[in-house]
Design a protein. Structure first.
Lengths: 318, 427
């Protein structure tokens, strides 16, 4: 039986076709699109898939970067090493702490400011949106140095100067020279730099909620709070899932915040995974160990994202 | 044949996109390389000279070398110090490293172990070069008994005292012994100095001069063992003494990374003493519009002499040739030439201390107003452990040292732990 041509529903046709015909047709379609996919596939292969596989292989090697040099396989040695490393403990702790602290704060402020800007009587919406987005397009290094100067030790740092003048503290705080104060600076920097993204995403989502729903609620006598609780929040649910996943990944990938502000100091207590991975590879030449750390971190992010997606995704279906 | 046409169309569009994206870089190079004179060899030289030094390099060294060796062209690239090691690694692994580089002495064993550097001890005329330079700086090029570079310039740090604070505290000359030094620091502190002993930070380059002068030691003589040296009773005592300076508030905030920095503290007459290299003078003397006159406002002295003598730390740069250099012979010709008296003298105009003995003892160089103390200090200065694992071991020592200074760990535990970890890395 040859395929019937007069129908406009190819999917019905395919079911009727014998395998060889369908195969030929599929092949033809592939031939037509493949050249256009080629570049993208090539790029992904060279810049994403190859490094990914190479990184996993390197994590089992005592890797030497010289071209042609030998890199013997050492089994799980690189992985075992991490669990004896004091710096690794700090790095894991700080990365998790950073996620636990900054994600809720970021999410709350992002939603708060988005709702605020979206209120119907607020003018210059675009100006506000731009202002909140500005930190994101500024250079990491420039702002990191700015934060370092703001929180400089002694009375020459602006924050210390203001605190002293206001009489809130008696002597200057050594912000970056102590573990927890340094962490606070890093968190603040992270939140300042990324909250604008959350605002912009939520703002777009808020503007996408149909006005009809709000009107219906108003007619039914719903007040502002109830409207927010029972209409805005549920309507934003899919966006919230997306925002949270991205915030968690962003918080896990914290690097310039630490590397340029404290460089892991004092005594490695503010080290995070990314800065440790970077330093092990490029300062200590331990590429194998560094890859092992990266693989573990990658797997963790993957699992967290998967769990989040499953949980949040399910709820939206209901 | 229709599918073939569409395939070709797609591929050509893809390649077109790729080609336009890449053409920016590729096009220019082709012209330049082909048309240059045929026999002339270009060697690429990465350096990290400062502003003043680069001027001399470009205006004097390059023309002189190219006049004497017309067959070689020297291509100079000034590299930023920030992130340099990472750039060198990328260059080496991607076969894009230059022919020559002037690199920090402490990197040489590390890159040599990696196989990135060319061994120069077997090159023609090496022995003559070795004869002509100071032993200490030359030793920083050794890896497994062979040499992988030549010391292009050397330096060390001396004690620099603030004149205004000395006057205020009634101190007339730079303290000579450790006891005098601590007593003078106490006086300066009492006279209102914000910090008396300006150790640059809790990293080896900062604290080693004090640690060594106080009698501490890092390893045995052939750099194969930390245990028994880094944690010897003398070493532990030395660390305890520095921690005591911190407790007594003699140490400036810089020891734990605080502000103002050593230079600012000196310029603002807040710190009694700091230690630094000749660049403190060569840079600040050339600072326009500054009220601070480094030569008049400071007094130089050797590091105060303690149980370990008057010890400072050797710094400086070595000239190395990369293993995948395309013109190793020409690169060596330049390295060899750079070590001769004439170019060494020219570079010393900027205050860089020549490693060539003749140039360093040249009366002309000693006329540089601050040179004398540095050359004197070099006689007893010591190198940081020249082993490939140093940067990793250093991080461990630094961290444990900081823990002691902060009172989080006893000096004994800290040094025992560091020695154990360091030795395990040596294996």
């Amino acid at each position: 039986m040859l395929p019937v041509k007069e129908t406009n529903h190819p999917e019905i046709n395919i079911e009727k076709d014998p395998f060889s015909v369908r195969f030929k047709k599929g092949l033809k379609q592939w031939r037509e699109v493949f050249p256009f996919l080629f570049l993208g596939l090539l790029g992904a292969g060279v810049f994403v898939i190859f490094p990914l596989i190479k990184g996993v292989i390197m994590s089992f090697q005592d890797y030497n970067i010289m071209p042609g040099a030998e890199s013997p396989f050492v089994g799980l040695e690189n992985y075992m090493r991490a669990f004896e490393d004091e710096n690794f403990k700090y790095a894991v702790r700080n990365t998790i702490l950073n996620t636990l602290v900054t994600v809720p704060v970021n999410w709350f402020f992002g939603l708060f400011f988005a709702v605020l800007i979206n209120l119907h009587f607020v003018k210059y919406k675009i100006t506000f949106r731009t202002l909140y987005y500005l930190p994101i397009i500024t250079s990491w290094i420039v702002v990191a140095f700015l934060f370092r100067y703001l929180f400089a030790d002694g009375d020459s740092g602006l924050i210390n100067f203001m605190l002293l003048k206001a009489g809130l503290v008696n002597e200057p705080i050594s912000w970056l020279q102590n573990q927890w104060t340094a962490m606070v600076v890093i968190w603040l920097f992270h939140i300042w730099k990324t909250v604008g993204w959350t605002v912009v995403i939520y703002l777009a989502a808020l503007q996408g909620i149909s006005k009809d729903i709000y009107e219906a609620a108003a007619i039914d006598g719903s007040d502002g709070f109830k409207t927010f609780r029972y209409i805005t929040i549920p309507q934003l649910r899919p966006i919230t899932a997306f925002v949270l996943i991205n915030l968690v990944m962003g918080a896990f990938n914290i690097f310039p915040q630490v590397y340029f502000i404290t460089n892991g100091g004092p005594m490695g207590q503010t080290e995070v995974l990314q800065s440790m991975i970077y330093k092990e590879a490029f300062n200590n030449f331990n590429f194998g160990y560094s890859s092992a750390l990266s693989v573990m971190m990658g797997l963790t992010i993957f699992l967290i994202t998967l769990a989040q997606q499953k949980k949040l995704g399910k709820n939206t279906d209901e | 044949m229709k599918w073939f046409k569409s395939l070709m169309a797609g591929v050509s569009i893809s390649t077109l996109l790729l080609a336009t994206a890449c053409s920016g870089g590729g096009g220019e190079k082709a012209d330049g390389d082909n048309k240059g004179s045929k026999d002339k060899v270009t060697i690429e030289y990465w350096h990290t000279y400062g502003d003043q030094e680069e001027k001399v390099l470009v205006d004097k060294i390059k023309p002189l070398f190219e006049k004497e060796h017309p067959e070689i062209e020297l291509k100079l690239t000034r590299m930023p110090y920030e992130g340099l090691k990472q750039q060198v690694i990328a260059g080496v692994s991607g076969d894009a490293a230059p022919d020559l580089m002037r690199m920090d002495i402490i990197w040489v064993p590390e890159f040599a172990e990696m196989g990135a550097l060319k061994e120069v001890s077997s090159m023609d005329g090496f022995d003559a070069v070795k004869e002509s330079v100071f032993e200490g700086p030359m030793a920083t090029n050794v890896f497994e008994g062979k040499y992988y570079g030549v010391p292009v310039n050397t330096n060390t740090k001396v004690a620099i005292y603030n004149k205004a604070i000395m006057d205020k505290a009634g101190i007339t000359e730079a303290p000579k012994t450790m006891d005098e030094f601590v007593a003078a620091s106490q006086k300066a502190k009492d006279a209102g100095a914000k910090g008396a002993i300006g150790i640059g930070g809790s990293f080896s380059w900062g604290f080693l001069p004090y640690f060594w002068s106080l009698g501490g030691e890092l390893t045995n003589e052939d750099y194969t063992k930390f245990d028994g040296y880094l944690n010897s009773p003398e070493s532990i005592k030395a660390v305890e003494e520095i921690a005591k300076w911190q407790k007594d508030k003699l140490a400036a905030p810089t020891l734990l990374g605080g502000e103002p920095g050593t230079w600012d503290g000196m310029k603002k007459n807040e710190y009694f003493m700091i230690d630094d290299g000749p660049w403190f003078y060569s840079i600040l003397m050339n600072e326009e519009g500054s009220k601070f006159k480094p030569l008049e406002d400071t007094v130089r002295g050797l590091m105060p002499e303690g149980k370990g003598g008057s010890r400072s730390v050797i710094g400086g740069e070595d000239l190395v040739i990369f293993a995948n250099s395309k013109h190793p012979e020409e690169a060596w010709t330049f390295a060899k030439w750079m070590m001769t008296t004439e170019p060494q003298k020219i570079m010393s105009e900027t205050g860089l201390i020549p490693s060539n003995k003749e140039a360093a003892n040249d009366p002309e160089f000693l006329k540089v107003p601050f040179a004398k103390e540095y050359v004197e200090q070099l006689k007893t200065a010591m190198p940081r452990t020249p082993i490939p694992q140093w940067s990793e071991i250093e991080a461990i020592i630094n961290q444990n040292f900081e823990k002691v200074v902060r009172g989080k760990m006893s000096a004994e535990d800290a040094m025992n732990d560091a020695a154990k970890k360091a030795d395990s890395l040596l294996k």
